[in-house]
Every structure is written in structure tokens, then in C-alpha cells.
Design a protein around this ligand. Structure first.
Ligand code: MEV
Length: 435
């Protein structure tokens, strides 16, 4: 077996952890100087990072950029994006600019209901449970009042509490369905606290005078759902086909629009294309979510579950040509917050929200969805015209130069030499080695 089990890593001091990390690296060993560079310099951020996660030895930097000129429902936003991928910011910026002159991104629908469940098994006659439910529901809601008081004061709280018979899915399984309005917070902690309190209430309310071996109601788990089909936003771009001039690469606007429509149809019907098409959407979505300190794993999970809601995984965005207009729209579930979590703790998340004019959560949903649609449109536009490599390689070239440690002179020479050509790492390396 390669390596060793290290017991007690979490008990080490920060310096000891870094020293150990250094010893784990392959030759050449990370020098003391390089290890120093791993330390978060600003003591306030250092403390914050130590508190955010466990076993922290450093902070991981990613490019933080701005994709300017998003017109969303008539408001202009310069959108912060965090991504390591070349072209994502440039492509979304170019799409944002393009649509800013054609009416911008328009929000067609927005819902903000969050969801959670308490799963439990019921071992007695189901009639007993169903008869007990109406009064139990009232008791549970009143039990929750102390947990929800603050949220209610902010305009949110629990908006639905129902019992679902799930025995057709899993033996003896029932589920509490709980819907929430968490106003401007993503609300994960609030929701899970409420759910665990409900689970406790179920246990106490349905298992009176029973010892644990004979319980009629056995709670399995209580957790929010990341599949938030009632917390979605639909954004759309639309313009007369004749106004597409300038981005059609030699095609007529109609030919271009028809090809774009076909590309969206392929992504709707073909799972192989749908996954990649949606990845293009998530390029924009995730970049803004990370910049604003939101939970991109939750959004990714929800988006892909939503893409599969018909039983087949499909594109999240669609396109149609109607009455000489090209219309493209995206519907995506987005459980986001502009307060709570790290949104106001992480210095750059806070700054991102300031750059956006401190939006509320629904406004942020609209901005994020627009960034997703911009990235998507830019990708499809490239794919049906020049292909994506042309634009991509320009920035990718820089990554290769950096990886090879090329000098400014070599970079200038190589950039001139390879202008307009398709390049690979090996070809560039050979060129750099020879110059
Ligand atoms: C690359 O990060 C994203 C694309 O593959 C998206 C797409 O194919 O639509 C270009």
C-alpha cells in the first residue's frame, strides 16, 4: 500500500499541518519559502478561513473578473465572475454586450419557494397516522414558532406542511413535505433546523408511551432538498432575426438563426449534447455564484435534477423562431442568498454583491440566470459559426506560455508566428524550446 494513515491531523497547529503537507509533496520538496506563500497573509482573512472549513492550510486563489454590460430587466449590471476557465468571462461579456443593444435579458417568471422533507417509516395501521395528522400538524406548526419567529419577522417562514404517503416508493415510508420562504437568505441552516425540530415533534407526537424498540414512527432523516422546482427563474432574450447581423460569420441572419435553433433542438433531444450545452450554461452560473459566496454544489445538483424532470436529461435552455424573431430562454432552479452564509463574510463575496448594487435574492437569481444564458448563447454562437477553438486558443495560448515559463520575447514571437493557427501544447513547446 502506498502512503500512510495520519491520525490526529486536525490536532496539529497550522504550521505543523503545512510542514506535513510539504513533506507529502513529491520531489522537488516544497521549500520553506513556497510554504510561506501558502499562508493567508491578511490576519483577518486568515482567521476567517480557519473558521470556515477544517484542516485549512492555505487559501486557494482563482481569477476574479468582471463581465460588464448585462442589461437585466432594464437595469445594467457589471457582473463579477470567478472562474479558472479561459474565455468564459470574455464570451459572456460579448454576449451581454450584444443583447444589451437588443433589449437585454428579460425575466419572464420567478419563484422562490424552498423545500425540505422529513422521511419516516410508519409501522402501525396507516389510518391511525392519517387520522392523527390534522391535529398533529397544528401541534408541529406551533412547536416551530420559536424557530421561525425571526424569519417570519423578515417576511418569510413556513408556507406549507403536508404529509405524503410514499409507500409506493419505499416500504412503510411517509414524508413530511415542508415549503419555506427564506426571503434573502439561501436558508439551508434555517430549513434544516426546522426539519429536525419537526422530526422531533413527530417522534414525540406519534410514539407516546412506547419504548424505542416498538416505535410506530421511526424517523429516517430530515434534510432540505436541492431539487427546488418551485425556486426557479426564467430569463429570455429576443430580437428580430434581421438584427442578428454582425455575429453570423458569413451566413445570412436567417441561416444563422435557423442553425442556432437546430443546435438548441439537438441539445433538447440528445443527452450527450444536453450535458455539454448545460455545462456551457453552468460556466456563467457557477462563476457568479462563486463570486457572490453562494453554494454552487447545491445549484449544480438542482440544475441537473431539473434538467431530468421529464424523465430524460434535457437542455435547460430552449430556442424558437417565431414571427421573424429569435427567442432564446433559460429556466433554472436557483436557491441563492444575499445575506447569511459567507455572502457577507468572505471579503470578495461581499465586494461582489456591492459591485452588483447589493441585490436582494430574487434580483441575484435574475442576474445569475442571465449570466448562464449569456454563456450559453456565446458558446452556441461560436459552435455554429467558427467553432470554439479559435477564441478559446487565444487565451489558452497564454496558459501554455505560463506553464512553459516563456519569456516576454518568446511570447511575442510565438503569438505572431501562430496567429490564426490551431495550436497544441506540443507545438508551442517545440517553438519555445527552439527560440
Ligand atoms: C466549454 O466550457 C463549454 C462548451 O462546451 C459549451 C457548449 O458546448 O455549449 C463550449
Amino acid at each position: 500500500m502506498k502512503g500512510f494513515i495520519y491520525k490526529g491531523f486536525s490536532k496539529l497547529t497550522e504550521a505543523e499541518k503545512r510542514k506535513l503537507v510539504s513533506s507529502l509533496c513529491d520531489e522537488p520538496k516544497v521549500s520553506e519559502l513556497e510554504m510561506d506563500a501558502l499562508i493567508v497573509k491578511d490576519p483577518r482573512n486568515r482567521e476567517l478561513f480557519m473558521d470556515l472549513s477544517e484542516n485549512t492550510v492555505s487559501a486557494y486563489h482563482l481569477p476574479f473578473g468582471i463581465s460588464p454590460n448585462f442589461v437585466v430587466n432594464g437595469n445594467i449590471y457589471h457582473v463579477p465572475m470567478v472562474t479558472e476557465e479561459s474565455s468564459v468571462v470574455a464570451a459572456s461579456a460579448s454576449a451581454a454586450r450584444f443583447w444589451s443593444e437588443r433589449g437585454g435579458f428579460v425575466v419572464k417568471d420567478l419563484k422562490t419557494t424552498k423545500l425540505g422533507h422529513v422521511y419516516f417509516q410508519w409501522f402501525a395501521d396507516d389510518k391511525i397516522l392519517k387520522e392523527a395528522w390534522p391535529s398533529l400538524k397544528l401541534k408541529l406548526l406551533s412547536r416551530l414558532k420559536y424557530v421561525t419567529a425571526n424569519m417570519v419577522q423578515r417576511g418569510g417562514g413556513i408556507t406549507r406542511l403536508d404529509l405524503s404517503d410514499d409507500r409506493h416508493k419505499t416500504d412503510k415510508l411517509f414524508r413530511l413535505i415542508v415549503e419555506f420562504d427564506t426571503v434573502n437568505s439561501m436558508g439551508a441552516n434555517f430549513i434544516n433546523t426546522c426539519l429536525e425540530e419537526l422530526a422531533q415533534g413527530l417522534d414525540e407526537g406519534l410514539n407516546t408511551d412506547k419504548n424505542s424498540e416498538e416505535k410506530d414512527c421511526r424517523v429516517v432523516m430530515s434534510i432540505l432538498s436541492n431539487y427546488v422546482e418551485e425556486c426557479t427563474v426564467t430569463v429570455e432574450v429576443c430580437c428580430p432575426i434581421r438584427n442578428l447581423q454582425g455575429i453570423t460569420s458569413g451566413m445570412t441572419p436567417l441561416q444563422f438563426a435557423q442553425k442556432v435553433e437546430l443546435a438548441y433542438q439537438i441539445a433538447w433531444n440528445d443527452v450527450y449534447r444536453a450535458a455539454t450545452h448545460n455545462k456551457g450554461i453552468m460556466n456563467g452560473v457557477d462563476a457568479v455564484i462563486i463570486a457572490t459566496g453562494n453554494d454552487w454544489r447545491a445549484v449544480e445538483a438542482g440544475a441537473h435534477a431539473f434538467a431530468s424532470r421529464s424523465g430524460q436529461y434535457r437542455a435547460l435552455s430552449q430556442c424558437e423562431l417565431v414571427d421573424d424573431q429569435l427567442r432564446i430562454w433559460l429556466t433554472i432552479p436557483l436557491a441563492l442568498g444575499t445575506v447569511g452564509g459567507i455572502t457577507n463574510l468572505h471579503p470578495l463575496a461581499k465586494k461582489s454583491l456591492e459591485i452588483l448594487g447589493n441585490p436582494n435574492a430574487p434580483e441575484l437569481m435574475c442576474i445569475v440566470a442571465s449570466a448562464g444564458l449569456a454563456s450559453n448563447f456565446a458558446a452556441v454562437q461560436s459552435l455554429v459559426t467558427t467553432g470554439i477553438q479559435k477564441g478559446h486558443m487565444r487565451l489558452h495560448l497564454m496558459n501554455i506560455f505560463n506553464a512553459l515559463g516563456a519569456t516576454p520575447k518568446q511570447i511575442t514571437q510565438a503569438t505572431e508566428y501562430f496567429q490564426g493557427q490551431k495550436v497544441s501544447f506540443a507545438i508551442i513547446k517545440q517553438f519555445i524550446d527552439e527560440h
